[in-house]
Design a protein around this ligand. Sequence first.
Ligand code: MG
Length: 192
Amino acid sequence: MRLGFDIDDTLISLREHAFHIYNKKLKQDLPINVFHTIKTLEIHEPFGLSKKEGNQLWIDSMEEIYFSDCPAYPDAVEVLQELHKQGHEIYYITARPAKHCEQTKKWVEKAGFPVQEGRFFCGMKDEEKIHTIKELHLDYYFDDKPNVLETLTNESVQLYVRDQSYNQHMEFPRLTNWSELKDIVKKHNTSK
Ligand SMILES: [Mg+2]
């Protein structure tokens, strides 16, 4: 099967990682339960920053956020490795800026995810992901962002939303833990 994955906040816990970095940079000590109440993709609000300040801090912190020790979600690496070993094709489609693509690919490999040549796509805008996803004829695609998933609803790919506070309104099949993916694949195989 051909399985496609967004990376940030789908396979790895990037916003939470950035929340810790913001605490450090802004010399604040907001507890993690504040993070879990944020209903927007952007995380600057509880730090008392305006949208403009928040955007700037994100841009200034981007390399540190991307390339330090952001953790993968539980079971993400293990399950993708297992599926790869079973012969499934694993594709990554990330809208990270083009200048960070090469380093991102290396980072994802180093984090333990299975990355095959020609199966890592990066540097497109959110709304452009649809073109790559269509061309790849994916069976499944997993993402956290409403504005990405919404562009794909008319395509034949089976979509899953990775559960997050800001996508609760979406009526898609929902994945909360990566261990669930094994059952999804198993069910798909037995229903054929
Ligand atoms: Mg994402």
